[in-house]
Design a protein around this ligand. Structure first.
Ligand code: TXA
Ligand code: MG
Length: 341
């Protein structure tokens, strides 16, 4: 082993010990950083809610380091769930299943189901395997803020509120895991994320989209989806429609807001960045490479805050593949404020 690897290994061992003793550890996953506590201790888990300022009716995902652990915590594993586990674990997919009652009650917010995932990030896997028990972990941001995709984001939000922060560099996927309810015959998508609907459908044939995700409905079944989320401090508007019209409207609205003295930010892509003049123009990725947009999204939202922007205009994306997940986050960040042109 290289000295660096050895040092990392020692840090992960220390972090696993800390978790077992009831501490709070932030760690990288392939999606975003998580803020973990051992999922069997109500006291340990309570610290997560306190550190994040998270409402207690919003349940947490438990993370496991081994597929075989699933049977210790869930009471039923329908065929379709088994299929999804084989297709996508370890990876950015969370399954909602009935639990056995041996997880701390505050993890599940009193529901009779628990959300479980096995992440693929090597640091997360090593930590979970050493901890031995499931680790409850929401994204490691203050509640409502964009999820952290770098250790520095965690530090910004939670310094002084956690015991150990494991730095694994930038996460790869950039948006959170896809959450699927597999308690019924047909899997139901509760939160779009790193695994696309198209990939889920290829694996299991048919996936329903929870009514709460469709715009006309407003009571999502995944409790966390009802809050304003992923949000920068600025007022944000999402502009959707035909590309040329979108660009023109953003230019017009941006110029107008600047005349009114607002500090204007534009959230765009590499392809369009030079078409705008505003206080802060941020390309979050390449439109021709949707994964790059997902990866750069939260960093971009945080940069607007860091630069003191108070009015953001964002380009919309066609709602396919990973862009569907990106658009879900953008709508939440904009608190539903969408302009169609
Ligand atoms: O990628 C991810 O999933 C990250 C990393 C750290 O693993 N975690 C994450 O956790 O995004 P969090 O707490 O920010 O989001 C968990 C989502 C929330 O929308 C919550 O309401 C939902 O999962 N959820 C948790 N348990 C549930 C349950 N039993 N039934 C329905 N939804 C549930
Ligand atoms: Mg979160």
């Amino acid at each position: 082993m290289e000295p660096d690897e050895l040092k990392n290994r020692e840090e992960v061992i220390r972090a696993a010990d800390c978790l077992r003793q009831g501490g709070l550890v932030a760690f990288p996953t392939e999606t975003v950083y998580g803020l973990g506590a051992i999922a069997t201790s109500e006291q340990a888990v309570a610290q997560i809610f306190a550190a994040k300022g998270r409402p207690s009716d919003n349940p947490l995902i438990i993370h496991i380091g081994d597929k075989d652990q699933l049977s210790h915590w869930v009471s039923e594993l329908p065929d379709v769930a088994g299929k999804l586990v084989r297709s996508f674990w370890p990876g950015p997919l969370t399954l909602v299943l009935p639990h056995q009652g041996n997880i701390a009650a505050n993890v599940t917010a009193g529901l009779d189901t628990v959300a479980v995932r096995m992440p693929s990030h090597p640091v997360a896997l090593a930590l979970l395997q050493l901890a031995g028990e499931p680790v409850a972990a929401p994204s490691a941001n203050r509640s409502g803020r964009p999820s952290p995709t770098e250790a520095a984001h965690v530090w910004h939000d939670l310094a002084g509120r956690l015991d150990i922060l494991l730095d694994g560099g930038e996460t790869g996927v950039g948006v959170e895991s896809t959450v699927v309810d597999v308690t019924g015959e047909i899997p139901v998508l509760l939160r779009p994320g790193g695994i696309t609907v198209e990939a889920l459908t290829r694996a299991v044939g048919h996936v329903e989209i929870d009514a709460g995700l469709k715009q006309e409905e407003s009571v999502p079944r995944s409790p966390g989806m009802k809050y304003r989320h992923y949000a920068p401090q600025a007022e944000m508007w999402l502009v959707e429609g035909q590309e040329e019209h979108v660009l023109a409207r953003i230019r017009e609205l941006g110029a107008d807001a600047m005349r009114r003295g607002r500090k204007v930010g534009i959230l765009t892509t590499e392809e369009h960045a030079d078409k705008f003049h505003a206080d802060v123009v941020i390309p979050c990725g390449r439109r021709s490479d949707p994964l790059s947009v997902a990866r750069g999204l939260y960093q971009a939202l945080r940069t607007f805050d860091a630069r003191g922007v108070d009015f953001i205009l964002a380009e919309a994306f066609p709602e396919k593949g990973i862009f569907y997940s990106v658009m879900n986050r953008l709508r939440k960040a904009a608190d539903g404020k969408v302009i169609r042109v």
